[in-house]
Design a protein around this ligand. Structure first.
Ligand code: NAP
Length: 294
């Protein structure tokens, strides 16, 4: 097997657009497709890279395709089209966040036409996507992963094969549980600190330097202290991901308390018009505990 040299990209959203730009900079990109064609045209104007008007046209130009679309059914729809249009031994890399089961179903539909598949969800947000510093958690066959590394390294700085297909998505689910817990803990702790009339900048400094220190405390704490919650990672997206985690935990016959509590809180934020804010907006609800009339 030779290295993939003609890579296509499907899904030029907040994540996909900058990820595709990094593939272009690495000299790997052969074409892009976006459901709303105007975005693909915009990308083409910026880079000179061809904008395909269908997934089938894109597939005819490529030996590998990176997908970054919204949710489970979107991945399955795109995979079905790619299964019918890519040549045997081509590769599909899915960077969307979906369930491990969806990854396995997509892989099976592609394997029926001898097309390889890796599930490669990412972490690091739009900033990581722009800078090419994403953490990428991968599932698939080791030899497929090895051949895909030039593509993955163009988009991320930490690229790890976790196991067979589905393991990347399972690892992303682990990430989202931990993020829920950290966001809950830090937002609650800072609301308590405020109620105790402590100087919040000093709390973030000293507590953040000890055992309770975390990326979330030092990067999102100052925003919370000022009552501002700029993006970051959207409440609505974390909610979507935690619903995937809920479904995966249910397959073990388990309901995870932290996940259920955070889903409840995220729904409250969405219902009060804060679904597009950063998940540090959980601090709004924690503050309300101390100031019910606010
Ligand atoms: P986004 O900005 O909403 O973009 C979604 C993209 O998917 C758009 O290009 C959309 O096309 C396309 N799409 C959706 N359904 C499709 C379908 N059925 N067929 C073809 N194209 C379809 O979302 P995003 O923030 O880039 O996120 C993409 C994925 O990465 C999600 O699974 C998300 O959970 C994950 N992720 C996001 C972040 C983040 O911070 N944003 C971080 C890590 C992982 P249109 O332009 O036509 O709508």
């Amino acid at each position: 097997m030779t290295a993939y040299s003609k890579v296509g990209f499907i899904g030029l959203g907040s994540m996909g657009y900058p990820m595709a730009l990094n593939l272009h900079k690495a000299g790997l990109l052969a074409g892009v497709y976006n459901r709303t064609h105007s975005k693909a045209v915009e990308f083409s104007k910026q880079t000179g890279c061809p904008a395909a008007d269908s997934i089938e046209t894109l597939a005819s130009r490529c030996d590998a395709v990176v997908v970054c679309v919204s949710a489970d059914q979107d991945v399955l729809d795109v995979a079905a089209k790619l299964a019918g249009s890519l040549t045997p031994h081509a590769l599909v890399i899915d960077c969307s966040t979906v369930s491990a089961e969806t990854a396995r179903t997509a892989a099976q539909s592609l394997a029926a036409n001898s097309i390889d598949f890796l599930d490669c969800p990412v972490s690091g947000g739009t900033e990581g996507a722009r800078q090419g510093t994403l953490a990428i958690m991968c599932g698939g066959e080791p030899h497929t992963f090895d051949h895909a590394l030039p593509i993955l390294n163009a988009m991320g700085k930490r690229v790890v094969l976790m196991g067979p297909v589905g393991s990347g998505q399972a690892t992303k689910a682990v990430n989202q549980i931990a993020v829920a817990g950290i966001a809950q803990a830090v937002s609650e702790a800072l609301a308590f600190a405020e109620a105790e009339q402590l100087p919040l900048d000093k709390v973030i400094d000293v507590v953040g330097s000890g055992a309770a220190g975390s990326w979330f405390m030092s990067h999102r704490g100052p925003g919370m202290a000022a009552g501002r919650y700029p993006l970051g990672f959207k409440v609505a997206l974390h909610q979507k991901d935690l619903k995937i985690v809920r479904q995966m935990a249910a397959a073990h016959g388990v309901q995870l308390p932290l996940v259920e509590m955070t889903l409840l809180h995220h729904q409250r934020l969405v219902d009060s018009g804060h679904g597009d804010e950063d998940i540090s907006a959980l601090h709004r609800l924690k503050r309300k505990l101390f100031n019910p009339r606010d």
